[in-house]
Design a protein around this ligand. Structure first.
Ligand code: CP
Ligand code: NVA
Length: 309
């Protein structure tokens, strides 16, 4: 049976920890110059309906480092851009490549692709979730804090796709997540309910200061996600007071660290001196997209990593 990765909940806690361990091992091997070409002969198709820097580069470089090949496909240039059905693209791609990573406007597009493909499908961001981002984020926190269980995590900003994956991930990680969003941009209450009913520790508050109080980690993301550009003026007004800046960080633990999936907008969701300052883990987080996704690919394609001697 093929395994997809459409949601952070498509893996269980044990699989998450295996991926983290493999990612750490792959990272060490890369630093030591030890090659790990365990995906020789494999091809990853990467379909993009939206722009990308990190997801595109990290998957392409990751496949190369694993000895495989990655194929960049702009959805506009594929026949799906002219109306070919996604299920037909799924069937055809399954005959050429080993796995597909897709960044789509609608989560339902990714689900339809996965339902009709006989190969693993990876969500490279949808309107619902960004599960690959969370793998990298959790890896970054594990490396920095030495553990993830019981970390006090604050989300400050838009209740968006990345926030959704963070909320759901609390079921796997045991992190204690508090989400602060302005009125009208809340995280879905059904999703919070789902997380809580499955043992996740998640609560929602209105004030960023409350979410950040004694927090170990503060997450934020753009106030204007891809597709939200027409609402820019309204959103900038609604999110006033939600900037992660040094004043807000004073409410957190003195050792708190800040994550942002990028791209960032200094002076909007995050202050320049925070993202570029000593409490930022943002650049490690971006690097970890590579290591975490390589471990994910190895897992989905059911290969073993050659261990370090
Ligand atoms: N964080 C992230 O997914 O970045 P890109 O949009 O550049 O891929
Ligand atoms: N929430 C952002 C994440 C980008 C990686 C967006 O959807 O545009």
């Amino acid at each position: 049976m093929k395994k997809d990765f459409l949601s952070i909940l498509d893996i269980d806690r044990a699989e998450l920890f295996e991926i983290l361990q493999d990612a750490e091992r792959l990272k060490r091997q890369k630093r030591a110059g030890v090659s790990h070409e365990v995906l020789k002969g494999s091809t990853l198709a990467m379909i993009f309906e939206k722009s990308s820097t990190r997801t595109h580069i990290s998957f392409e470089v990751g496949m190369n480092e694993l000895g495989g090949h990655a194929l960049f496909l702009n959805a506009k240039d594929l026949q799906i851009g002219r109306g070919e059905e996604i299920r037909d693209t799924a069937r055809v791609a399954s005959r050429y490549v080993t796995a597909v990573m897709i960044r789509a406007n609608k989560h339902s597009t990714i689900e339809e692709l996965a339902q009709n493909a006989t190969i693993p499908v990876i969500n490279g961001l949808s309107d619902r979730e960004h599960p690959c981002q969370l793998l990298a984020d959790i890896l970054t926190l594990k490396e920095h804090f030495g553990k993830i269980e019981d970390l006090r995590v604050a989300w400050v900003g838009d209740g968006n796709n990345v926030c959704n994956s963070l909320v759901l991930s609390s079921i796997l990680t045991g992190m204690d997540v508090t989400v602060a969003t302005p009125k009208g941009y809340e995280v879905s209450p059904e999703l919070v309910q789902q997380a809580v009913s499955c043992g996740g520790m998640v609560k929602t508050v209105k004030e960023p200061e409350k979410a950040v109080k004694d927090a170990d980690v503060i997450f934020t993301d753009t106030w204007i996600s891809m597709g939200d550009e027409a609402e820019r003026t309204r959103r900038l007004a609604a999110f006033r007071g939600f900037t992660v800046d040094t004043a807000l960080l004073r409410h957190a633990s003195p050792d708190a660290r800040v994550l942002h999936c990028l791209p960032a907008h200094r002076g909007e969701e995050i202050a320049g001196d925070v993202i570029d300052g000593p409490q930022s883990l943002v650049w490690e987080e971006a690097e970890n997209r590579l290591h975490a996704q390589k471990a994910l690919l190895v897992k989905l394609l059911k290969k073993e990593i050659i261990s370090l001697q």
